[in-house]
Design a protein around this ligand. Structure first.
Ligand code: PAF
Length: 285
């Protein structure tokens, strides 16, 4: 069976209703398109978990700031559809902005704590836009389970917290980051790196790995680990570091002095015109 592309929210609801009447288990993989192996790994995990898999593609204007890359964000629906055919997804839901944000739209989801730090500090309003569209997609699809990549670690935590706080009966699963052989985390934005930048970009993962290795070897001091990251990143020129932090894995809480619980080192850095993010989990002991 080929992928059924649905544009109108009401058509999606009609299909979901049919599956629900048949007691089928439904999984959702929300994306902004320009699909790569990271997304496909989410589709594969979704297939293992459910009878039907819905993949949404929507470049959500609400989660881009006025100076961000909404206009230049890669859009390639035909190529995406081919990938979803190969991956045997059931539905591609590709709504238009006017249906998702009709005239007079004025209700938003806001997390009062975690959305204000790290990515939230660098990208004001980003997480409001992200949580709002994710809640809308969860409401439209009403999946049993939804899959997100751990590459957007803070996003994943915010969605898990929203689902818990707002009592949504949906399991949120975080899947490991898929990397190129070089270590570079796969991302749709990598398409906008020049060949020279592509050669430099893996340094982010190298610097994150150096932090994890030092921690494993006994360095638990938070400021030293942060300095180590900066020193490793600066071995390759061209990066403009935006944020680097080490936080707890459970809810991304701050460490005071010693990194002594399961941790995630999380970074955002500009390379040329592209803002790259990545993170690495490591044990606290
Ligand atoms: O991670 C993304 O691609 C987006 O933030 C998401 C979750 C699809 C919401 O627009």
């Amino acid at each position: 069976m080929s992928v059924n592309t649905i544009i109108a929210p009401n058509d999606l609801r009609a299909q979901i209703k049919q599956w629900r009447l048949q007691n089928k288990k439904i999984a959702l993989v929300p994306t902004m398109g320009a699909l790569h192996q990271g997304h496909i790994s989410l589709v594969e995990a979704a297939q293992q978990a459910a009878d039907y898999v819905v993949v949404s593609i929507f470049v959500n204007p609400l989660q881009f700031g006025p100076k961000e890359d909404f206009a230049s964000y890669p859009r390639m629906l035909a190529a995406d559809l081919e990938k979803l055919e190969l991956a045997k997804a059931d539905i591609l839901f590709a709504p238009i902005a006017a249906d998702m944000y009709p005239e007079g739209f004025q209700t938003f989801v806001h997390n009062n704590a975690l959305s204000e730090v790290l990515e939230g500090q660098s990208r004001p309003g980003h997480f409001n836009g992200m949580l709002t569209i994710v809640l809308k997609l969860l409401n439209l699809v009403q999946p049993d389970v939804a899959f997100f990549g751990k590459k957007d670690y803070q996003q994943l935590k915010l969605i898990q917290i929203m689902v818990r706080d707002l009592c949504l009966p949906i399991e949120i699963v975080g899947q490991p980051t898929i990397r190129e052989a070089s270590g570079l985390a796969m991302s749709s934005r990598n398409l906008r790196l020049t060949p020279e930048e592509l050669a430099k970009a893996p340094q982010i993962y190298k610097a994150l790995s150096a932090v994890a290795t030092a921690h494993e070897a006994g360095e638990k001091d938070y400021p030293k680990l942060i300095s180590l990251f900066k020193a490793e990143l600066s071995k390759v020129d061209g990066f403009r570091l935006d944020t680097i932090d080490i936080r707890t894995q459970d809810r991304m809480g701050a460490f005071e002095g010693l990194v002594d619980k399961p941790a995630v080192a999380s970074v955002a850095a500009h390379l040329g015109s592209v803002r790259l993010i990545d993170n690495l989990e490591f044990s606290g002991s």
